[in-house]
Design a protein around this ligand. Structure first.
Ligand code: S6P
Length: 612
């Protein structure tokens, strides 16, 4: 009931700010639009930030009759989920020579891994063979560190799919691209379309099909859009499936790790859960069953955001840490830990963060996670993800200025949690916890852990949730929402967001390059060509573009951009003031809070144009 009431409230609010109307940011796909609900998120106090995030998340579950777009709870979405669940069930029934592959880039690839691991683990528990495999652009090192460039490579997408499914006679391929945009996934879908005897392609994303990216992909005859068009034709004969409800714009424009990631997790878990129940408990896959399961995720939002003040307290603590150049550490156990690692790794491309700003650590590290490539430690310092790494590398230097967040549930080894909490408490009093338990189950040590922490978000879930997989999924989504809120809010408080735009994003692939150029246009009011010029000058750190630079391709630009800090703010200051790159750099050094630097320039410009 609560979900419906809240959703009604949001509906009324968004009616006056209608991102669904045809003239709202008409050149942008929904996944890239700016959300009217969060226009002023950069100036809001922590508790209002949490409320805005809640309102944005609630848009996922809005049910609107006659709406322009398919939504999460739309008829067509539920029907497609049923059909895909039936395909999964067929593979469970007859796993020989069959495989399900989940694939994506960045957060979408990480969730492909997360969902695959969870499903295979459950199958093994039932002595069933594992039928699922994952692919992430950039390989396993992209699981916990930002690797945005491989997203642009359709050939490597297709080759990795070919390799993982070698010798299989029937493959259900589920490609995830929230923006219907990643060339890596387009390459894989195209490969499936060329081998229809073996592959059935499924696409999960959150734009209407006509908004799929239509830019040419270097070296390819297809675009994401052309692949989607072919899939739509095949979908009529159920030879391909499109699951693309619209969720409303992200709270921070383009940050698909937030709603996009949550919806990916919800949709695929609903599919796998239904197929699993059909195969192992003979529960038929029904339309109502699918819808009911989806709605239960809506309740997770209510339960999670019922602790607005608690989430805001952790966000404020983390914001203070980031403001003074210190960090936030997630210490976790089991699979909730994986969400901490994922959340931490996303902050680099999103906010231009350093890996030390937000770090995640989970029990035994890689060994516990069941990824494919065994030596993630090849990644160097950024790869130390076990508690032992935390004890060696982070604990000795920890102070009250750092924030530590424990993530655990009553099914974890709570003795271990208490031990680590005691050690952390010796170094900092700035320790908080997120704790999940079911109604009636309490861990004896929880009281002590609570006393050691400055605040605890204690989520108590009703026992009634069906079957073991279901409850775990709810805890996971709840944890994801809390972590996304804390890390996003902390970066907002640090001044890394202007209005609801990430102004210090990394420009490390073609999608991010285009987003950066668009942002410069929007904020400076200058034409596209001038903005791209300024962007290139900032990337190459020159005041004049040479012939050489002008003839380089986009891949070279985005490769070079990896090494430069604050590319977009630099380009913007140059555009607004006419400063040289060096002058703009020193201006940014004097005003290290990016939002304030940008605001100062925008104000100067307004004053200047007013005095003319
Ligand atoms: C987004 C995140 C990115 C995306 C990646 C894939 O917040 O930082 O890593 O997940 O770019 O995007 P998509 O649209 O193909 O799922």
């Amino acid at each position: 009931m609560a979900t419906v009431a809240k959703t009604e409230g949001i509906k009324a609010f968004s009616a006056t700010h209608d991102w669904e109307s045809a003239d709202y940011e008409p050149t942008l796909p929904v996944s890239e639009m700016s959300n009217p609900l969060t226009r002023n998120i950069d100036r809001a106090p922590a508790s209002s930030i949490v409320k805005m995030l809640q309102a944005c998340d609630a848009q996922m579950f809005q049910e609107k009759s006659g709406a322009a777009y398919e939504r999460l709870l739309s008829d067509q979405v539920a029907k497609s989920l049923m059909e895909v669940a039936k395909r999964v069930q067929l593979i469970l029934k007859n796993p020989q020579d069959s495989l399900i592959v989940l694939s994506g880039c960045g957060t979408s690839g990480r969730l492909a891994f997360f969902i695959t691991s969870g499903f295979n683990r459950e199958l093994r528990r039932l002595n069933h063979s594992a039928v699922c495999s994952y692919i992430i652009a950039g390989g396993d090192r992209a699981l916990f560190s930002s690797q945005e460039a491989p997203e642009d490579d359709p050939i490597s997408g297709a080759l990795s799919l070919k390799k993982v499914s070698e010798g299989k006679k029937r493959v259900l391929f589920i490609g995830i691209s929230c923006g219907l945009s990643a060339p890596f996934v387009a390459g894989q879908l195209d490969f499936c379309l060329q081998h229809p005897d073996v592959y059935t392609p499924v696409l999960v994303g959150f734009n209407p099909a006509h908004q799929a990216r239509n830019e040419p992909i270097p070296g390819c005859t297809f675009t994401f859009h052309s692949v989607v068009t072919k899939m739509r034709e095949l979908a009529k004969m159920q030879k391909a499936f499109l699951i693309n409800p619209v969720l409303g714009p992200e709270a921070i424009s383009g940050s698909s790790r937030m709603k996009g990631g949550s919806a990916t997790k919800i949709l695929l878990e609903v599919v796998f859960y239904a197929a699993h129940a059909a195969n192992f408990s003979r529960t038929p896959i029904t339309y109502n069953g699918i819808l009911q399961h989806m709605r239960s995720y809506g309740k997770v939002l209510d339960i999670t955001y019922s602790q607005t003040e608690g989430i805001a307290a952790v966000m404020e603590a983390a914001g203070r840490s980031l403001q003074c150049g210190r960090g936030l550490c997630y210490l976790s156990w089991g699979f909730l830990g994986l969400l901490g690692l994922i959340d931490a790794s996303e902050c680099k491309p999103t906010f231009g963060a350093d890996y030390k700003d937000i770090q995640g650590f989970v029990g035994g590290g890689c060994k516990e996670l069941g990824n494919k490539e065994d030596d993630l430690n090849l990644m160097g310092a950024e790869s130390g993800i076990a508690h032992i790494d935390f004890l060696h590398n982070v604990l000795p230097c920890l102070t009250d200025k750092d924030t530590v967040l424990l993530l655990y549930s009553h099914s974890d080894d709570v003795d271990e949690v208490a031990n680590l909490a005691r050690r952390v408490r010796e170094k900092t009093s700035n320790m908080h916890a997120v704790y999940h338990q079911t109604d009636g189950d309490t861990a004896a040590q929880q009281g002590e852990i609570n006393k050691l922490c400055s605040s605890t978000l204690n989520f108590i879930w009703p026992q009634a949730t069906p079957a073991s997989m279901g409850l775990q999924h709810m805890w996971e989504l709840s944890t994801k929402l809390v972590l996304n809120a804390v890390s996003t809010g902390a970066h907002i408080l640090k001044g890394k967001v202007y209005q609801n735009y990430m102004i210090d994003l990394q420009v490390t692939n073609s999608k991010l390059y285009c987003r950066a150029a668009r942002l410069l246009q929007r904020l400076s009011g200058h034409p596209k060509s001038l903005c791209e010029e300024a962007l290139l000058k900032a990337i190459y750190q020159v005041d004049k573009l040479t012939e050489d630079i002008m003839t380089c391709n986009l891949t070279t630009h985005t490769h070079t951009a990896r090494k430069v800090k604050k590319v977009v703010p630099l380009a913007l200051v140059c555009l607004l003031t006419g400063y040289s790159i060096k002058e703009a750099q020193s201006h940014l050094e004097q005003k290290p809070i990016v939002r304030e630097a940008v605001e100062a320039c925008l104000q100067e410009q307004t004053l200047f144009s007013g005095s003319l």
